[in-house]
Design a protein around this ligand. Structure first.
Ligand SMILES: O=C(O)CCC(=O)C(=O)O
Ligand SMILES: [Fe+2]
Length: 329
């Protein structure tokens, strides 16, 4: 229990030693499939990809080329890092580019929790890792150093996957590839590693859309939680080992002039079992103007500042609606 941040120490939580999932009984038996479209990266079918982006804004990626051992090692080390005491996690991130946060996924650019004090607690703790800084430091805490080394390797795969998918999308959308290259800037990539505690109240993450161009989620192999809104219905995205979930963010929706969807999603928590996930987000390059037929020209920085203002003033993100061409403000 002392590994949980104090505000997440709900009375119903008992100390638990998760967490090699292979040793636990799974309360959410994994079904073989769900209706989420599957895209094969090795044999990329542009038409299927285009349809998934239009209809869902989310798909499952197979044949992604990341070694299974790397995916499994990352999940194992993530579990180890989170099992450190709350105080050591805080202390470990005091003077390093990695930020440790809890209770909300909304952070200021300097890594502080962003809030106007009225939001609900999100039952989540996490580490925010800017990938471009990974080479510049080493960590004294062995599990954090292991995760840093694994992420260095993982990051090259994430860039490869994001670039391949984005180029295929740009082609289907008939965007000028040379101009649009800067819409996906590899040096903006961040990874967020999350643990959702066991609890019987609240949400791990409330309904939102990602602000990214693309997000790549490496879900817990054994515990479900991610839910996606499709045709006004919430649907659970089944965890399936050795696959990734790709979701499109607000920047992709804007770049595509609303042809593609930034998908609404949320994360459910479980009473009896923790969940981890390792999520990657990539954004347009610094100062790059997003031009589209549906929105006023804006940079990702304009967008992020607006989101921060809205969260402070209203308690929630308004998002792309702020930039719509027929919006007055
Ligand atoms: O943990 C997950 O599966 C999803 C997390 C998420 O939606 C986010 O970080 O934006
Ligand atoms: Fe998200």
């Amino acid at each position: 229990m002392d590994s949980y941040p104090p505000i997440l120490r709900h009375q119903n939580n008992q100390p638990q030693n998760l967490t090699n999932p292979n040793n636990t009984t799974d309360p959410n038996p994994i079904q073989d499939s769900d209706p989420v479209p599957t895209i094969d990266l090795k044999y990329l079918n542009h038409k299927n990809l285009d349809e998934a982006c239009k209809e869902w804004g989310l798909f499952r990626l197979v044949n992604h080329g990341i070694p299974l051992t790397l995916m499994e090692q990352l999940q194992d080390v993530t579990i180890q890092v989170f099992s450190l005491s709350f105080e050591s996690k805080q202390e470990a991130c005091n003077e390093c580019p990695i930020t440790y946060f809890w209770g909300t996924p909304a952070l200021t650019p300097s890594g502080k929790a962003l809030s106007n004090g009225t939001q609900n607690i999100n039952w989540v703790e996490g580490f925010d890792v800017p990938l471009s800084k990974l080479e510049q430091f080493q960590h004294q805490v062995p599990s954090l150093e292991s995760i840093r080394l694994l992420l260095l390797d993982y990051a090259t795969h994430l860039s490869r996957i994001a670039t391949t998918l984005f180029e295929a999308m740009a082609k289907s959308l008939d965007l000028n590839l040379k101009e649009t290259k800067s819409y996906l800037a590899e040096n903006t990539g961040i990874v967020r590693v999350y643990r959702y505690p066991r609890t019987d109240v609240g949400w791990g993450m409330e309904v939102h859309t990602d602000s990214s161009v693309l997000s790549i989620l490496n879900q817990d192999d054994h515990v479900s939680g991610l839910q996606v809104l499709k045709d006004d219905q919430w649907l659970t995205v089944k965890p399936i080992s050795n696959t990734l979930i790709i979701n499109l963010g607000d920047m992709m929706q804007a770049i595509s002039s609303d042809t593609y969807k930034s998908v609404s999603h949320r994360v459910k928590v479980e009473k009896d079992i923790e969940r981890i996930s390792i999520c990657y987000f990539v954004f347009p390059g610094d100062g790059v103007m997003i031009e589209s037929s549906k929105y006023k020209p804006f940079t990702y920085n304009d967008f992020r500042e607006q989101v921060q203002q809205d969260i402070k003033a209203l308690g929630h993100k308004v998002g792309l609606g702020r930039f719509h061409l027929n919006q007055d403000s």
